[in-house]
Design a protein around this ligand. Structure first.
Ligand code: NDP
Length: 452
C-alpha cells in the first residue's frame, strides 16, 4: 500500500536554518510546508544578530563624536540619544526583513503556516487544528534564553527583552561571560548606561584564545565597563528606585535593569516529540547524526535546537547539507572545523581556527606571531583603542592553524582569513601576500618576528 503524503518536507520553525532548508527543498521540486508561530527569520533576525548589530553601531557614535574633533569637526552642543527613535527604527528594519522572509518562502512555492505546529507522530504535523502527513519532518525550532532560578530571578530580563525596552536604563547589571553578555555590556556602556558585567568565572569569553579574551577585557575596562569576575549573584531585590543585586562578596549593585545572558536552551518543550522516537539530551536539545537524522527515521533536526554550534551561518550550512542528503547526491558534509566567528563586543573579537592554547595541546611545536598597535583613526582621534592580532602556526607543516584579532573591523578581516585557513594556507603564503596599505589588515601579512 502506498501512503499519500501532503508534503515531502514539513519544516517546523522559520529561522535561518528552517527557511534555508524549506527554500532549497522547494527549489528541487519538493512539496514543502513551513510553520512558524512567532516571527519569520527566527532569533537572528528578530532578537539576535541583526538588531544587536544595529545597537552596536548606535553605541559606537559617542567615540566617533569624540574622534571627530581631532579631525577638525566641531559639534555644537552635546549629542544625545533618543532611545525610542533607535528602538523604533530598528523595529521598522526588522519588520522589513520579516517581509523579505515572507516573500522568500512564498516565492519558493512552499506553504507557510502562521501557527504553532506540533508533531503528532513520525509523519504527522498538526497546525491550526489540521493534521498533515509529511514524508519527512524537520525540527528547526532554535533556542530560547535560559535564566537560572534563584531569589529575585524574576526581576531579570533576557536578551529578548533588550530589543524592546520602553526606556533605556541609567544603570545596568549584565550577568554572564559569553557572547551575549559581553556584547550587551558594550552596547549599554556605549549608549551611556553605567554598566556592570558580573561573571562567575575568572575569564570572559573563556572558549577563545586567552590573550585575545584578556585584550577584550582590558578594552572594555578602558571604555568604562565595570567588570566583576569570580562573582556569583545571591539574589535580586526590588527597591524604590529599581533593583538591588546582591553579590556573594557582600557587595550589592543598584541597577535599573538586570540582564541575564547565561546561555540558551533548545526549544523542544511541548513539541509533541514524545509521540516519536526522537532522542533528547538532558538539556532538551535533539540528538542527530552527521546527516541530521534523529532517532526517528522520518524526522530531522538542525540549527540551535541540536546544540552543536549556535551560529546562524552554521544552521544555514547544515540546511544545505540536509537538503543535499535528502534530495541531492548526498555527498555534502558539514565541516565544523575552522568556523570563523566574531563577538561584537567593544573592542570587537574575530577568530578562526585554534587558539594558542588549543594549538599547543594539538601540535608538537607551534610558532606564534603577534602584533599590537594603535589604529590610524585613533592617532588624530585621540581614542585609546588598540588592535591586537595573532597568527598561530604549526612549525612542522608551516600551516597557519589560528588567526585572531581584537579591534576595529575584526569580523570583516577575519572572514577573509577564514578562506585562507580553509584552503590550508601556510605562513609562507601569508608572507608572500602583498598588503593593502594603509590598512589594519595588512599587519596579518607583514608579521615576520616570532613572538613565541
Ligand atoms: P554562552 O554559552 O556564550 O555564555 C553563557 C554564559 O553564561 C557563560 O559565561 C556561562 O558561564 C554563564 N552561565 C551559564 N549558566 C550560568 C548560571 N547559572 N549562573 C551564572 N552564569 C551562568 O551563551 P550566550 O547566552 O552568551 O549566547 C548563546 C549562544 O548564542 C552563544 O554561545 C553563541 O553561539 C550564540 N551567539 C553568537 C553571537 C555571535 O555570533 N556574535 C552573538 C550572540 C550569541 P560558564 O562559562 O561559567 O559556564
Amino acid at each position: 500500500m502506498t501512503v499519500e503524503f501532503d508534503y515531502d518536507l514539513f519544516v517546523i520553525g522559520a529561522g535561518s536554518g528552517g527557511v534555508r532548508a524549506a527554500r532549497m527543498a522547494a527549489s528541487k521540486g519538493k512539496k514543502v510546508a513551513v510553520a512558524e508561530d512567532r516571527y519569520l527569520g527566527g532569533t537572528c533576525v528578530n532578537v539576535g544578530c541583526v538588531p544587536k548589530k544595529l545597537f552596536v553601531y548606535a553605541s559606537q557614535f559617542p567615540e566617533f563624536f569624540h574622534a571627530s574633533k581631532g579631525f577638525g569637526w566641531t559639534i555644537d552642543g552635546t549629542p544625545s540619544l533618543d532611545w525610542a527613535t533607535l528602538r523604533d527604527n530598528k523595529t521598522a528594519e526588522i519588520e522589513r526583513l520579516n517581509g523579505i522572509y515572507n516573500s522568500l518562502i512564498d516565492n519558493s512555492g512552499a506553504d507557510l503556516f502562521d501557527g504553532r505546529a506540533t508533531v503528532a507522530g513520525p509523519n504527522l504535523v498538526t497546525v491550526n487544528g489540521e493534521t498533515y502527513r509529511a514524508k519527512n519532518i524537520l525540527i528547526a525550532t532554535g533556542g530560547w534564553p535560559y535564566i537560572p532560578e534563584f531569589p529575585g530571578s524574576e526581576h531579570a530580563v533576557s536578551s529578548n527583552e533588550m530589543f524592546s525596552l520602553d526606556k533605556l536604563p541609567k544603570t545596568a547589571v549584565v550577568v554572564g561571560g559569553g557572547y551575549i553578555a559581553v556584547e550587551f555590556a558594550g552596547i549599554l556602556n556605549g549608549l551611556g548606561v553605567q554598566t556592570h558585567l558580573v561573571y562567575r568565572g575568572p575569564q570572559l569569553l573563556k572558549s577563545f584564545d586567552r590573550e585575545m579574551s584578556d585584550k577584550v577585557k582590558e578594552g572594555m575596562l578602558v571604555k568604562g565597563v565595570n567588570i566583576h569576575l569570580n562573582t556569583q549573584i545571591n539574589e535580586i531585590n526590588k527597591t524604590v528606585d529599581g533593583l538591588s543585586v546582591d553579590l556573594h562578596t557582600g557587595l550589592s549593585l543598584d541597577a535599573e535593569l538586570v540582564l541575564y545572558a547565561t546561555g540558551r536552551q533548545a526549544n523542544t518543550a511541548n513539541l509533541g516529540l514524545e509521540n516519536t522516537a526522537v532522542a533528547l539530551r538532558d538539556n532538551g536539545s535533539i540528538v542527530v547524526d552527521e546527516c541530521f537524522s534523529t532517532a526517528e527515521p522520518s524526522i530531522y533536526a538542525l540549527g540551535d535546537v541540536i546544540d552543536r554550534v549556535q551560529l546562524t551561518p552554521v544552521a544555514i550550512q547544515e540546511a544545505m547539507v540536509l537538503v543535499d542528503h535528502l534530495y541531492g547526491d548526498g555527498i555534502a558534509k558539514i565541516d565544523y572545523s575552522d568556523i570563523p566567528t566574531a563577538v561584537f563586543c567593544q573592542p570587537e573579537l574575530g577568530t578562526v581556527g585554534l587558539s594558542e592554547e588549543q594549538a599547543r595541546s594539538e601540535y608538537a611545536d607551534i610558532a606564534v606571531y603577534t602584533s599590537d598597535f594603535k589604529p590610524m583613526l585613533q592617532t588624530l582621534g585621540g581614542g585609546a583603542d588598540r588592535i591586537t592580532m595573532k597568527l598561530v602556526v604549526d612549525t612542522e607543516t608551516d600551516k597557519v592553524v589560528g588567526c585572531h584579532m581584537v579591534g576595529e573591523h575584526a569580523a570583516e578581516i577575519i572572514q577573509g582569513l577564514g578562506i585562507a585557513l580553509k584552503a590550508g594556507a601556510t605562513k609562507a603564503h601569508f608572507d608572500a601576500t602583498v598588503g593593502i596599505h594603509p590598512s589594519a589588515a595588512e599587519e596579518f601579512v607583514t608579521m615576520r618576528t616570532q613572538s613565541r
